[in-house]
Design a protein around this ligand. Structure first.
Ligand SMILES: [Fe+2]
Length: 263
């Protein structure tokens, strides 16, 4: 790639990365003997995606975001991080005990009581750690992103007790598909891949004596756990749902997860 010496000196990292991208693409084209028709189809896909609202960021999130997150946290100890995703909204209400995420009377989804602890890597409990929680309901709906769902529905913040423990009530989130009506969905379909994410709950944990953590908790046995379309789900972040049924046949679940924050 033709680059002036001055540019190389002022932006060495940018030059190195763009050179490597170019080199990798040339290698792929050569290795697979990509035809001109295939090249034109790729250009057409990029043009189509760029004309669709948020389709390029979606494609980048689906194919690359979890790799960046893994790299940024590879040296970290404690609970593994996970991508924040595009639906976080700051300023979720601070909840009062007993903690129940804000929800409607007939919120879609079976009742879930989620408990656990927050500790440091040396095992000390973290009292007063903040958990900022957000999730979809049992009908794959996120507040602020689906119409007719109240503001901050299934979004809330709580703090841990003296012994680092916490417990909150919510509903079991359903697995959902990332938007698949546009160019990204078309590409996934052409690849023979589905567009599902396994059910999950998002957490941002913080405490003034520990490094902040953004992660997601999944559920063992979820059909999409091993093939999360965004490649984010990790075995270490999956917990077991224990089911119960009341006298009226209503099912509810409990689960727990112990978070470990590095210092
Ligand atoms: Fe999500």
């Amino acid at each position: 790639m033709a680059v002036t010496e001055t540019t190389q000196t002022t932006k060495p990292r940018l030059n190195a990365i763009v050179d490597d991208i170019h080199e990798a693409l040339v290698e792929i084209i050569t290795k697979h003997k990509v035809t001109y028709d295939e090249y034109r189809a790729a250009v057409e896909w990029i043009m189509k995606a760029s004309q669709q609202h948020l389709e390029i960021p979606l494609a980048l999130d689906v194919f690359l975001a979890s790799t960046l997150d893994d790299l940024e946290h590879e040296a970290g100890e404690g609970t593994e991080s996970n991508v924040e995703g595009p639906v976080y909204i700051p300023g979720a209400p601070r909840l009062e005990k007993p903690y129940v995420l804000p929800m409607r009377e007939n919120e879609p989804g079976e009742k879930l009581v989620f408990s656990g602890t927050v500790r440091t890597t040396d095992g000390s409990p973290l009292a007063g750690a903040n958990l900022d929680i957000w999730q979809a309901n049992g009908a794959c709906e996120y507040s602020h992103f689906q119409p007719d769902v109240p503001e901050y529905n299934l979004r809330g913040q709580l703090t841990t007790d003296e012994d680092g423990s916490f417990e909150f009530e919510t509903v079991v989130p359903a697995p959902y598909e990332v938007p698949n009506q546009g160019a990204t969905g078309q590409l996934l379909k052409a690849l023979g891949r589905h567009s599902f994410r396994p059910g999950h709950i998002h957490f941002k944990l913080s405490h003034d004596q520990a490094a902040p953590l953004t992660t997601q908790i999944y559920f063992e046995g979820d059909p999409w756990l091993d093939s999360d379309v965004v490649g984010a789900a990790k075995e270490s972040l999956a917990t077991k749902l224990t089911w119960d049924e009341d006298a009226d046949g209503r099912r509810s679940a409990t689960c727990s997860y112990d978070f470990v924050l590095s210092k």
